[in-house]
Design a protein around this ligand. Structure first.
Ligand code: ATP
Ligand code: ATP
Ligand code: MG
Ligand code: MG
Lengths: 229, 229
């Protein structure tokens, strides 16, 4: 479902060029469950943003379900994101002036489904139940703990039941037990056929996935299946 | 140096009351190195904000270096924060329109020290070197990875050489090796006499400290020294 062919990304900051991704080639098949690990600054989020159609590579090709994503204009990319992809951002990116439930409803509004407000409300509530936050549905992000904000971001990524779930450090602010609960949710979704790619820096969390990809300085240095999974 | 006496904090959200902290009594002596752990939503950040003089308790007393903090007005509190405390926020709280170096210089500007711009620049650069980010000093937060932003927040908390360092999940976005480097920095500072209280959800990180306090539903349930430290 994901085919990265010699992907490169260079940022230009003032006079300096930062080569964040320097030639990554990777294939991820439908139903896979991949952990992406690597040092701070090694290019993981940059790669995730390209895979999530949030950013364009500077070089190389990205095929999503066989379509060359570089051929698509901004509206097509937005459609793909809304139809196929759920994204959990490393910094959550919640809207601060709306409640947790409204934040979770947002991706459904972008899809122009003919759903009633009541149906949206219910779907959002169920997504919040999945992450144990139904009792915080009316709180605004500033009225939530760090780990609760992270879980709202996860619920929002799941609410459209995307075929591809991309999660950037989804357990970075969660205690061990809550992290294990979230990984349980991810394993369930993966068993239902959802392809999952997640960045994590914790080996204990990576162990819940089926394949570990390690990045270092913008390239992939290791790509191996997880033992006995 | 820190004496919490039956501290309580209740938030009022609409019609609902959230009892975030429900009676915490704790004493932390100068030079201690304490990890605060506990489930997401258990009240850790709320407690840290009270200890860091960023928020007032709803009940109970907080003595910092023998002074009853509830007696102080907002200007006195601000002075205490600038003179004695370095705070690493769970959400970083960096200023997005200024560079990493300028973000790190900020606490020094609040102190009205008679320092030249060049001295501030140097001190900030050295703080960034401590967290391995000197080469990103001119980047703005949006041009930094999540872990790099976190390290800028850490450098900013250290730049005034505070007597008390409070860190809320300082390694949540860092890979294992960078986390170990940061914990090494913290251990060095602690050996020099700085009192450190840090929230973490990772037991492997808590092991670098000397005392583990566990919170659950707004109260402290465990408070024990770390074996062989
Ligand atoms: N401004 C607020 N208004 C209402 N409730 C709040 C507010 N801030 C925090 N809370 C609630 O208080 C409780 C404790 O929050 P706190 O941020 O202290 O948790 P935490 O232990 O730091 O969690 P995490 O590990 O997820 O960061 C949570 O249930 C949260 O929903
Ligand atoms: N907009 C930008 N402009 C310039 N440089 C950038 C920009 N965004 C990221 N970078 C740089 O690109 C490199 C890779 O960043 P990226 O966010 O992909 O790292 P990461 O692996 O996700 O790190 P972390 O684990 O800390 O989140 C970093 O060195 C960062 O400083
Ligand atoms: Mg990142
Ligand atoms: Mg917190």
């Amino acid at each position: 479902v994901i085919k990265l062919d010699d992907i490169r990304k260079t940022y230009h900051t003032g006079e300096v060029e930062v080569h964040a991704v320097r030639g990554v080639s990777l294939e991820i098949l439908p139903g896979e469950f991949v952990a992406v690990m690597g040092a701070s600054g090694s290019g993981k989020s940059t790669l995730m943003n390209i895979v999530g159609c949030l950013d364009r590579p500077t070089g190389g090709r990205y095929f999503l379900d066989g379509t060359d994503v570089s051929e698509l204009d901004r509206d097509d990319l937005a459609d793909i994101r809304n139809q196929k992809i759920g994204f959990v951002f490393q910094g959550f990116n919640l809207l601060s002036r709306t409640s947790a439930r409204e934040n979770v409803e947002m991706p459904m509004l972008y899809r122009h489904d003919q759903r009633s407000a009541r149906e949206l409300h219910e779907k959002a509530t169920r997504a919040l139940e999945t992450v144990n936050l139904a009792d915080r549905a009316d709180h605004h992000p500033s009225q939530l703990s760090g780990g609760q904000q992270q879980r709202v971001a996860i619920a929002r990524a799941l609410v459209n039941q995307p075929a591809l779930l991309l999660a950037d450090e989804p357990t970075g602010n969660l205690d061990s037990r809550t992290s294990i609960e979230i990984m349980g949710v991810f394993q369930q979704l993966n068993a239902q056929g959802i392809t999952i790619v997640m960045v994590t820096h914790e080996p204990d969390i990576a162990r819940f996935t089926k394949r570990n990809v390690v990045m270092s300085d913008g390239v992939v240095t290791t790509d191996a299946p997880v033992a006995d999974r």
